[in-house]
Design a protein. Structure first.
Length: 226
């Protein structure tokens, strides 16, 4: 018990060592998109292309502060050089994610949980090119903001994969709770765990982004061509 308390105090001490600029930038990375999702339908109305521009603006700001204000490099926010093995990891992850959605569908239906079709894919009222641009944007932006940058910063100061992965996974899940019905949210909770585990395993964004983008592309093509 004493060892557990000592470990908790050590983690709190390490978290307290995070510089203010890093702490603020992590807050922007983890909270800006959820706040935008809350405000967009109720306070402001933004066209699909405008939504994409805002997302790129957020990730550009976070990366700019990390590199210019914190003295980090692209490697420090997750862009380590991938290996050929990462191609296999990316495709295996796509299969795992698709299996989550397929296997969870009957469970969600049996429980009578609310779901929404094509939620988050930006397919309503837009061309397929804009929808595909949305898939790429979602994959790149969310993986940098919710995986690469915050996990790397938390690992640098705490050296705890459990804390870094668990915290970012929880916030990613809560961020999607803003717009996803409960049935979809259960699926995305499992998907987020897979993506987080993949990033911590490989410590490079390339397989994670690739898998994320491909899953959305499959979903979009199913909506337009299915």
């Amino acid at each position: 018990m004493s060892a557990n308390r000592t470990h908790e105090r050590t983690l709190r001490s390490k978290l307290a060592d995070i510089p203010p600029v890093t702490g603020c930038n992590m807050a922007v990375a983890l909270l800006a998109l959820p706040l935008f999702a809350l405000l967009e339908p109720a306070v402001i109305e933004v066209a699909p292309v405008g939504e994409l521009a805002i997302q790129w603006g957020i990730v550009g700001t976070v990366a700019g502060v990390a590199i210019g204000g914190e003295g980090q490099s692209f490697v420090d926010i997750g862009f380590r050089r991938p290996s050929w093995l990462d191609i296999g990891y990316a495709f295996a992850t796509v299969i795992a994610v698709l299996l989550v959605f397929v296997s969870a569908d009957p469970i969600v239906a049996r429980l009578g949980l609310p779901v929404a079709e094509a939620v988050g894919t930006m397919t309503t009222g837009v061309s397929i090119s804009v929808a595909l641009a949305g898939a790429v944007t979602t994959g790149v932006v969310e993986e940098i903001l919710f995986r690469g940058y915050p996990i790397e910063r938390l690992l640098a100061y705490t050296d705890s994969s459990l804390l870094a992965g668990g915290l970012t996974w929880a916030i990613f899940t809560l961020a999607h709770a803003v717009v996803w019905p409960v049935g979809n949210l259960l699926q995305i909770t499992a998907v987020a765990a897979i993506l987080t585990a993949l990033y911590i395993r490989r410590r490079t964004l390339f397989p994670v982004i690739s898998a994320h983008v491909l899953v959305w592309v499959f979903a979009i093509m199913g909506q337009y061509l299915g």
